[in-house]
Design a protein around this ligand. Sequence first.
Ligand code: IDP
Ligand code: MG
Length: 139
Amino acid sequence: MATNRTFTMIKPDAVSAGNTGAITKMIEEAGFRIVAVKKTQLTPERAGQFYAIHKERPFFKDLCSYMSSGAIVPMILEKENAVEDFRKLIGATDPQKAAPGTIRNLFAKSIEANAIHGSDSDENAEIEGSFFFAKTECF
Ligand code: IDP
Ligand code: MG
């Protein structure tokens, strides 16, 4: 099961810009099935827990404040080879380096406000999905 799923969240810059629908359409058209979805907002503390792996990085505090600055749309997605295919669909972290046609290339504002998250492994997809959703919220 885990190998077929990934976790994403549409970040505050893209939600506030009104790009939730356009991004979700790209995700579905790329063949991902939405297993769980909601709209919510992180506190700076919860953003820090989500990004705990980056706590020693110089941008950590800014990242927590940005990620809690507005609503986000977390989702669990299902597709064959989900983690790798989704990272391809979103493009590089820095939108300047993201390939043409990728979600970050089309919608990201900066390396920090880069529109969307995508899990980097099956293990993290499971951990990150459980951070936002109970099993009973997955369909
Ligand atoms: P990823 O989201 O492509 O996996 P990570 O290196 O895991 O990239 O970084 C997590 C998030 O932290 C990025 O998506 C971005 O929002 C932010 N970030 C990464 N590198 C920088 C940076 O150099 N400056 C500011 N923010 C950054
Ligand atoms: Mg990452």
